[in-house]
Design a protein around this ligand. Structure first.
Ligand SMILES: Nc1ncnc2c1ncn2[C@@H]1O[C@H](COP(=O)(O)OP(=O)(O)OP(=O)(O)O)[C@@H](O)[C@H]1O
Length: 184
């Protein structure tokens, strides 16, 4: 079975995906590396731009039927058996991306994406089997235990674990709201 680990950049996909693969004895596949290896997409500066359909075609052709954990912020758009969308307080995303030296614009873009559930909403259009996990204040090990526990119970779909609209005020400093002083 292919398990996709998706979520906003900085949410902890790579950490969780590698640990989950190890625990399950599955292979670990980084979707970006997979795309590069197959000559899919074009580099635009630091970023790799890919055609989703082309990437999905290769995933189906090369990976289908294998037991693996697929890591990447586009993995929820791929033909997989189970999607796990990791969530974290948008402030945490902001802080992690700041530490990585991302631009203000990039930080704002990603914090906003987490705030308004972009990955989750996209995933809902693709697949029935979606498990949402709130990683806020949890260690990677605790996140893995939660995932394995749900798998053991046969849970394939669990949504609605976070509502960041309640913490919007804490997130404002990370957002590039523009407008200047005229908006009072
Ligand atoms: N509960 C948690 N789950 C996952 N990572 C966590 C958790 N708590 C703290 N972290 C830390 O958060 C950081 C997340 O980085 P990671 O590269 O895994 O994120 P990512 O979502 O794969 O990012 P990107 O998509 O930008 O590559 C790591 O330093 C990790 O140790």
């Amino acid at each position: 079975m292919i398990i996709a680990i998706s979520g906003t950049p900085g949410v902890g996909k790579t950490t969780v995906a590698k640990l989950l693969a190890k625990k399950l004895g599955y292979d670990y596949v980084d979707l970006r590396e997979f795309a590069l290896r197959h000559g899919i997409g074009e580099m635009k500066g630091e970023e790799l731009e890919v055609e989703i359909d082309e990437l999905a075609y290769y995933v189906e052709r090369e990976l289908k039927g294998r037991d693996l954990v697929l890591d990447g912020h586009l993995s929820h758009l791929m033909p997989v058996d189970q999607i796990i969308v990791l969530r974290a307080h948008p402030k945490i995303i902001g802080e992690r991306l700041k530490e990585r030296g991302y631009s203000k614009e990039k930080i704002s873009e990603n914090v906003e994406a987490e705030l308004v559930d972009v990955c989750l909403l996209e995933a809902l259009e693709e697949n029935e089997s979606i498990i949402e996990i709130d990683t806020t204040n949890k260690t990677p090990e605790e996140v893995i235990d939660e995932i394995l526990n749900l798998f053991e119970k046969g849970v394939k779909r669990r949504l609605g674990v976070v509502d960041w609209t309640k913490v919007y005020d804490e997130v404002i400093p990370y957002l590039d709201l523009g407008g200047g002083d005229e908006w009072v």
